[in-house]
Design a protein. Sequence first.
Lengths: 230, 230
Amino acid sequence: MDNQFESYFKAAVSVDNVVFGFDNTGLKVLLIYRGADPYRNCWALPGDLISLDTNLLDSAEKVLQDLTGLEEIYMEQIHTFGKVDRHPYGRVFTVAYFALIKIEDYHLHPSSWAEEAAWFPISEIPELPFDHNEILAYAKEQLKSKIRRQPIGFELLPKHFTLTELQTLYESILERGFDVRNFRKKILSMDFITDTGLKQTSVTHRPAKLYKYNAKRYSNLINTGFAFDL
Amino acid sequence: MDNQFESYFKAAVSVDNVVFGFDNTGLKVLLIYRGADPYRNCWALPGDLISLDTNLLDSAEKVLQDLTGLEEIYMEQIHTFGKVDRHPYGRVFTVAYFALIKIEDYHLHPSSWAEEAAWFPISEIPELPFDHNEILAYAKEQLKSKIRRQPIGFELLPKHFTLTELQTLYESILERGFDVRNFRKKILSMDFITDTGLKQTSVTHRPAKLYKYNAKRYSNLINTGFAFDL
DNA sequence: TTTAATTATTGTATTTTTTACAATATATTC
DNA sequence: GAATATATTGTAAAAAATACAATAATTAAA
């Protein structure tokens, strides 16, 4: 072990997760109500300082699992924020992740460091502590560009979904409309969304067919040089 | 200041830069020959531990400026690597950046921590210390996906370049060929590459026209909803 | 000065993809 | 069975991508 290393500047490192959910009212973000300093008693992104014996991604997953109780959540690192004064207690680098979850699978477990957790519509995000508003903006952009090129939208939908739900999802995230016919043609022409044979129930109008995402078919396509692009 | 914070786990943080260059023989990466432990006397990505009083991006720029003497280099954060055992001396998170430079503008200044710096063809990268091979692979993928959607290729070319050079650049990075006629048609149909009126000199055959990238026109286009995609 | 060698430049027809646009079908509720 | 509500589908036109090869401009050599 090198002497110089021991005496070198050290900083705390945290992860902050931007957790997206989706229901028929639109895109949502999960915020927690902080029960500890700094910024006690305000809404913030779920995040925590991490310990030295845990890999980075494992730490991010742990923070999220503590909060939600869910496993196998789609997560992706988006950016590391490291301005000198971003944390009032000292130098803290934070690695931001975004996560996509099926909002209805979902029972929140507000964890030790949070008094409460709640879904906020993406258009009604309050002022957040630290640089969390900046992180969220970054995550939104990332989601927007990612969802056009990778089939990650399905992580936000129930296992069985209607094409209308899928279209609404894309429209919410991309903030644009699609022509119904052209959207369906394009989606179905990619071979990885399959008809389950099932239909919606308990709707007061013509029930829609239910589809599911077929990951195996998608990876087959990828191997043939196919590129998803919506 | 919070007591708990002071006693919290702290780690060192470094930046590692993947510096790409390009000349008529292809895509290159800048490596330094380490003059200090750990991994003294081997080729590695230029990187360094960072100090607590410098913003993250500023640190990355500083590492690169020390090495190259250049300013206003195109840099972009790509990923943070944080496996527990990635550094032999203790927990070190490293934030990786990629940088694009005009290889010929360029006189290397091997800096304090390096005995030497040299360009390596992308296909002849030796085994590197730490997780640097993984970082480089990640950077290559990032460059590949970025260059298709943003006009960053010009950062690698001289101010005045021929269309053949531009095509070779794209072909090297994307690892595929383009039809000469179709490539030129597409590039010129986007309005941001303009003829300088100049021609190549000192070539032993028909000299090619020299073009330049027009950033102003590009940003005008972007504002009209145009999306670059090659 | 002609010829050879080398690279630069350009156009057209075909195929594929994207876009624009509205009528009909299927379910429930009253 | 009529009203209401959403789901589903096709076609023509425009735009973009692709496939393909002949001619032009320069230097070097004969």
